[in-house]
Ligand binder design. Structure first.
Ligand code: URP
Ligand code: ZN
Ligand code: ZN
Length: 462
């Protein structure tokens, strides 16, 4: 049976129009005012915005990291995402050193298969290009893994040297994939960290104090310079500071294809969170760290003026009680990461649109359309138009919601935004034409999500 979403205001990255949306099977068939129902199931969207489903292009579900594993798996994490209006994610498979990327892809496919509740793509984290690494990158692109993450931080764990980064960038210049860069100078940070520990500075706040914004800016600058030499675009993940932002802006002003995302935590929280008593600062230990307050308005400004193109979450949850506590006596042992997959749209709508920092269309662009374009999913995802997947959120701009670990759906025992009251929330969420969330109730089936094969030469190349 067809579905007709009637009487809503359709908001895309370009337009805001009163129109009905007709869905046939998994796809959108028609978008215009006054569509007849012709026996379709009708969903009334009076007073609602009808927006493309959110796309979170930076999540870590079921990821081994810091001596433990992130607390949400593909079932719990994607279901929580759906409650917040996100209908696609791009997660990260990790190539273990000395192994082939295909092994990692198989491992991550198994994690997603039969569990994911929404559609999911994968980036590949590259740790080793020796032997067949460059061929593996081409192989991954053929499998729809059109992007690779490289780390300039975490020496001896995930960090790769500049030669490896440059070779990887060179390969993407040929195969059309996109390098996503974790840009922090890990070698410098390691020296500062060792110094802090030697001075007995072990509390969570030293995580932030040992990773200065200049270490991020330096790495962003180097990443962009290497990309320019290689003739490839580059995408900076989880950008956190004004210093780093200035590097991206300067490059973009020169016409360099440099792109960057930030996350709600960097827009709304600051370094003081890490000073919470009773080790609670550990809840805010992630990398790059939270910055002093003066950085926050600069990042909002970056979103408004397209110096930053995407808002993702970097959802990487670890429970406070039995995981964050691993670093009780040493901040370097606190598993790095925080939860957020469920709250991205709520926070960006409330603090962005309601507070006049973002237009409605820019909100849609940052949370859905731009990630779809940049990561090779557009116009299948990120759009409300005939032929696109019917991934649609019926957004209630007046719904009030208090964010809390007591009510959220993420499998983690705290919220970084505990007690935040937001206005605007997902009322009904459709994924490929199927209602999966309605009025706070889960209607979907575990395992219904499918693997997203993404195309190379996405938006970063145009
Ligand atoms: O602290 C973080 N961000 N954990 C997840 C891994 C990463 O670097 O994105
Ligand atoms: Zn990272
Ligand atoms: Zn991450």
């Amino acid at each position: 049976m067809n579905t007709l979403i009637r009487n809503g205001t359709v908001v895309t990255s370009r337009d805001t129009v009163n129109a009905d949306v007709l869905i046939e099977g998994e796809r959108i068939k028609e978008v215009r005012a006054g569509l007849p129902d012709d026996g379709a199931r009708v969903i009334d969207a009076t007073g609602m915005y009808v927006i493309p489903g959110g796309i979170d292009c930076h999540t870590h579900l079921d990821m081994p990291f810091g001596g433990t594993t992130s607390a949400d798996d593909f079932e719990t994490g994607t279901r929580a995402a759906a409650f917040g209006g996100t209908t696609s994610i791009v997660d990260f498979a990790i190539q273990a050193r000395g192994t082939r990327m295909r092994d990692a892809l198989d491992t991550w496919w198994k994690k997603g298969e039969g569990r994911a509740c929404i559609d999911y793509g994968l980036h590949m984290i590259v740790t080793d290009l020796a032997n067949s690494g460059l061929e593996d990158m081409d192989d991954m692109v053929r499998e729809g893994v059109a992007s690779f993450k490289l780390f300039m931080a975490y020496p001896n764990v995930l960090m790769v040297d500049d030669a490896t980064i440059f070779k990887a960038l060179g390969q993407t210049a040929k195969n059309g994939a996109l390098i996503c860069m974790h840009a922090e100078n890990g070698s410098v940070i390691d020296v500062i960290v060792a110094r802090a520990l030697a001075e007995g500075k072990t509390a969570p706040v030293y995580h932030a104090l040992t990773r200065p914004p200049r270490a991020e800016a330096e790495a962003v600058h180097r990443a962009i310079a290497m990309a320019e030499i290689a003739g490839a675009p580059v995408y900076i993940v989880h950008l956190s500071s004004e210093d780093a932002l200035n590097q991206v802006r300067e490059a973009r002003d020169r016409g360099v294809p440099a792109f960057a995302e930030t996350c709600p935590q960097y827009l709304l929280l600051s370094i003081e969170e890490l000073e919470r008593p009773n080790f609670e600062g550990a809840k805010y230990v992630f990398t790059p760290p939270l910055r002093p307050k003066q950085h926050l308005p600069k990042l909002w400004d970056g979103l408004k003026h397209d110096h930053l193109q995407v808002v993702s979450t970097d959802h990487c949850p670890f429970c406070f009680e039995d995981q964050k506590v691993l670093g009780k006596d040493d901040f370097t042992k606190i598993p790095n990461g925080g939860p957020g997959i469920e709250n991205r749209l709520q926070l960006m709508y409330h603090y962005g649109v309601n507070q006049g920092k973002l237009s409605l269309n820019r909100f849609v662009e940052l949370t859905s359309t731009a990630p779809a374009r940049i990561f090779g999913m557009y116009p299948k995802k990120g759009e409300i138009a005939p032929g696109s997947d019917a991934d649609i959120v019926i957004w209630d701009p007046k719904a009030r919601h208090m964010i809390s670990a007591k009510t959220h759906h993420m499998r983690v025992d705290y919220s970084m935004f505990e007690g935040y009251e937001v206005e605007g929330n997902a009322r009904t969420v459709l994924s490929r034409g199927e209602v999966i969330v309605d009025a706070g109730e889960w209607k979907g089936k575990t395992g219904r999500g499918t693997y997203l094969r993404r195309a190379a030469k996405g938006g970063a190349w145009q």
